[in-house]
Design a protein around this ligand. Structure first.
Ligand SMILES: Cc1cc2nc3c(=O)[nH]c(=O)nc-3n(C[C@H](O)[C@H](O)[C@H](O)COP(=O)(O)OP(=O)(O)OC[C@H]3O[C@@H](n4cnc5c(N)ncnc54)[C@H](O)[C@@H]3O)c2cc1C
Length: 261
């Protein structure tokens, strides 16, 4: 959902113009459907403070800090939450949803097309959720939190003569969360693949309240997930139809042409 600030009558109430996906996907020129929403920022901040263990920063200097990243874009967010744990993340998503506030994740802020800059509640994983939880050298996998800096993982892995292949130039600053979000590759994708090729089981929390682990499935496991009721099955079903509709085009080097959600 793309958002742009329309007018901030007072900080207590932020008005946004949001753009949903085009409702006529076959019309390549249609850019989306616009709608205005209002977010009661002060009330949302109060609610977040009541339930988040980490930091909730809605003051002007914090908003100024999150208003830019490595891109050319500038937009003051509604505020930022620096979660201490998964509970904080889920709480922030649920509270923001109740108030109609968009949420974006930000970590190193080195992404260049401006994805971490918007009129939204920023979830910044870099301060607290930045740990390497487990490195299993024998089975060659690591479990990480999204704010872990890429070089911190690579340094520890090196002690076991291992590495994480994708190596963006920003690897001393950028994080695993941002690297997954961007599907970064660095200079060695021919050897190591892109980030998506090196991720086994992402743990996902969606804005609308679904929490799930994704990853490789057999065809029958995938069918079981799709047949089960609920949003998870719906997401898998839409992914499958996206794949079915585009696999020839993707294999021949083209781009997928569809809208997923
Ligand atoms: C000088 C320079 C050189 C660069 N060189 C390369 C390069 O060689 N190769 C390359 O591939 N890229 C490169 N980049 C781009 C960028 O550094 C990488 O893509 C980097 O991996 C982004 O990581 P980050 O932590 O800064 O992410 P951010 O910019 O903070 O976030 C990136 C995206 O991930 C999303 N995201 C972050 N965490 C989560 C989460 N927990 N859940 C959901 N979404 C999340 C964000 O919302 C955003 O959309 C370069 C950028 C610069 C400025």
């Amino acid at each position: 959902m793309a958002t742009r600030i329309e007018e901030a009558a007072s900080y207590a109430l932020v008005q946004l113009t949001t753009k949903g996906p085009p409702n006529r996907p076959r019309d390549g020129l249609q850019t989306g459907t616009a709608r205005k929403i209002e977010v009661e920022a002060t009330a949302l901040e109060r609610e977040l403070r009541a339930g988040v263990e980490g930091d909730v920063v809605f003051d002007e200097s914090a908003r100024a800090l999150y208003a830019s990243n490595a891109s050319n874009y500038r937009m003051a967010p509604i505020g930022a939450v620096l979660p201490r744990n998964t509970g904080d993340v889920l709480y922030t998503l649920a509270a923001s949803r109740r108030y109609g506030a968009p949420v974006i994740a930000c970590v190193g802020g080195t992404g260049m097309p401006g994805q971490t800059v918007n009129v939204a509640v920023v979830l910044d994983f870099s301060r607290y959720m930045n740990r390497l939880i487990e490195l299993n050298a024998e089975e060659k996998y690591a479990r990480v939190q999204p704010g872990l800096v890429l070089d911190d993982l690579r340094r520890t892995a090196k002690q076991h003569r291992l590495t994480f292949g994708p190596d963006p130039a920003t690897r001393s600053r950028c994080t695993l969360g941002g690297t997954i979000g961007n599907n970064s590759c660095g200079t060695h994708p021919v050897i190591a693949g892109m980030t998506a090729d090196n991720i086994d089981e992402p743990e996902i929390a969606t804005y609308d309240g679904v929490r799930m682990t994704a990853g490789a499935t057999t065809e029958s496991e995938r069918q079981q997930i799709i047949s089960a009721d609920g949003r998870r099955g719906e997401i898998y079903a839409r992914l499958k139809s996206l794949l079915d509709a585009n696999s020839d085009r993707i294999r021949s080097g083209g781009r997928a042409k569809a809208i997923l959600f």
